[in-house]
Design a protein around this ligand. Sequence first.
Ligand code: SF4
Length: 262
Amino acid sequence: MNETIRLIDLLNKKARLAVILAPSFPIVYEYPQIITKLKKLGFAYVVEVSVGAKKTNEQVLSLLQRNPKSRIITSPCPSFVRMVRTKYPSLLKYLALSADSPMSATAKLVKERYPDHQPVFIGPCIAKKLESSEDRPELNILVLTYKELDEVFTNFNISVNMPTGNDKFDLEAKDTRIYPMDGGLTLTSGVNRILKDEEFRIVSGWRNVEEALIEFQSNPKIRFMDVLFCEGGCVNGPGIISTLPVVDRKKKIINYFNKKTS
Ligand code: SF4
């Protein structure tokens, strides 16, 4: 059973579900209409994954500050983690695998705040399905892309143009809403203010990643690498159906970041 059918089945059974919505959502959905649509589908709670991103930042900063000599490569991108595992196993020790990704951190929060509710991640990334099933099976996160969510809306006749309500996120976090752009983790955690320019790198796009890893290996001054596999970051993830170029997708993220939502 694929994830779209599983979600339709769970909604038909009136299962207790909390949706955790990735911070790239403003590229494909309007706020707050998307929350109204998700509640109408039957989700009990709608939570921003930017809430979990704050936890990721705290954990990564703690790793960096615990030891002034530590060298860290970020790990919220499951595609990149898999590339290191298969092609660069000698660099595995630098991956910040003890820090939760924003998706996993948000799922943990849902389990604490809304016990008995299954987290359903909606986002731009197919690889997050592997993070859920292979890396964090204990969190029981059902993962769908925006494209798959649209199929679920169609199945339940939830119109694209339904009126916007006054719904708000049940849990929200503003500062980390730029997370899906390359460098989002570095900027929102403040790593760029703690380290000197020559001590950190922000890298996105699979073509650039290998070169950056080679530099990391040969240059011990680099203490921190913030890596996302898609060019420009998760704003360019494979689960986003959009004709907008990356620069315009980023504008949508910034517009939402600047919006007053509570
Ligand atoms: S950069 Fe791409 S592959 Fe990596 S988490 Fe984001 S959307 Fe997924």
